[in-house]
Design a protein around this ligand. Structure first.
Ligand SMILES: [Zn+2]
Length: 312
């Protein structure tokens, strides 16, 4: 197995949100930290643009065109939280394209693990609606690539961002080929992800929402990964595992009230890596939130250390 991959593109820095927690400084902080760690041996891969046809498989074509036109007119506020600029279209294509390219590398057999570090993030984006800093649903596009173009039948997405990934949840609610598991702080934006939301129709049982109370820390998050997500995953036998890797459950994060530390993120990554090794399937993490810059950088660094053990 060759080196793990880190997929990114400088264009994601041109998504200018003004004075906003979801800012280019997040990526700069992550990459400055990784530079000091010599990238933990990761191969750096330039994110391509996501293809229009794939975007239109997950999102309504009219929505994709509307986002493009809005950015090209100079941008502004799509909603109260979601700000775009003229650079956001290219950034969104590279952010989504990075998640998709990560899957291509993982399923092409030349990397066992990897990380896609794009922005805007994706897990709140719905089929026809931008939301919560997100334009296109990067992880959903990655899962769709795996199924449509690589012929996979079962993909597991573990979303440990502190917010419920309502976009991903809804896109796959009726499907059994994507198992969506989310750990999130109850009562927080976007106020979805109750336990009773467990899928619809053929998708019943293939969505698992695990809301946690404020002040939940490493023990709570890691126990849910180790004792709920992993056993379920073992039964499901995914052919690919994707992590919607938000780091805003960190104790220092300004947008939520959980108490996870970088050690907790490392431990959750290790649990998923061990599971993937046991099954012989690849593991890719796609950046979502995380707004305390130093804590974000340390947490991504700790995650990459564990992902780098994937090829052992
Ligand atoms: Zn979040």
């Amino acid at each position: 197995m060759s080196r793990p991959v880190y997929v990114s593109h400088p264009a994601v820095l041109e998504h200018d949100t003004g004075n906003h927690p979801e800012c280019a400084a997040r990526i700069l902080a992550i990459e400055a930290r990784l530079e000091r760690s010599e990238w933990h041996g990761f191969e750096r891969v330039e994110a391509p643009r996501a293809e229009r046809a794939l975007l239109e498989e997950v999102h309504f074509p009219e929505y994709v065109s509307a986002v493009e036109a809005f950015c090209q007119r100079g941008g502004g506020a799509i909603d109260a939280d979601t700000i775009v600029s003229s650079g956001s279209w290219e950034a969104a294509l590279r952010s989504a394209g990075g998640a998709v390219a990560l899957v291509d590398r993982l399923l092409g057999g030349d990397a066992g693990t990897g990380f896609a570090a794009g922005r805007p993030p994706g897990h709140h984006a719905k089929a026809a609606r931008a939301m919560g800093f997100c334009l296109f649903n990067n992880v959903a596009l990655a899962a769709t690539r795996a199924i449509r173009d690589h012929g996979l039948e079962r993909v597991l997405i573990l979303d440990w961002d502190v917010h419920h990934g309502n976009g991903t949840n809804d896109l796959f609610a009726r499907r059994a080929d994507v198992f969506y598991v989310s750990i999130h702080q109850a009562g927080l934006f976007p106020n979805t992800g109750e336990v009773a939301d467990h899928g619809i129709g053929e998708g019943t049982g293939f969505t698992l929402n695990l809301p946690v109370p404020p002040r939940s820390g490493d023990d709570v998050f890691c126990a849910l990964v180790e004792q709920r997500a992993v056993p379920l995953a073992r039964e499901y036998e995914p052919e690919l595992v994707l992590i919607s890797a938000g780091f805003d459950a960190h104790a220092e994060d300004p947008l939520a009230d959980c108490d996870v530390t970088e050690e907790g993120f490392a431990r959750m990554t290790a649990a998923m890596r061990q599971f993937c090794q046991e099954l012989g399937v690849p593991l890719g993490a796609v950046l979502e939130g995380g707004y305390a810059l130093e804590a974000l950088a340390r947490s991504v660094d700790a995650t990459l250390v564990e992902l780098a053990r994937g090829g052992d």
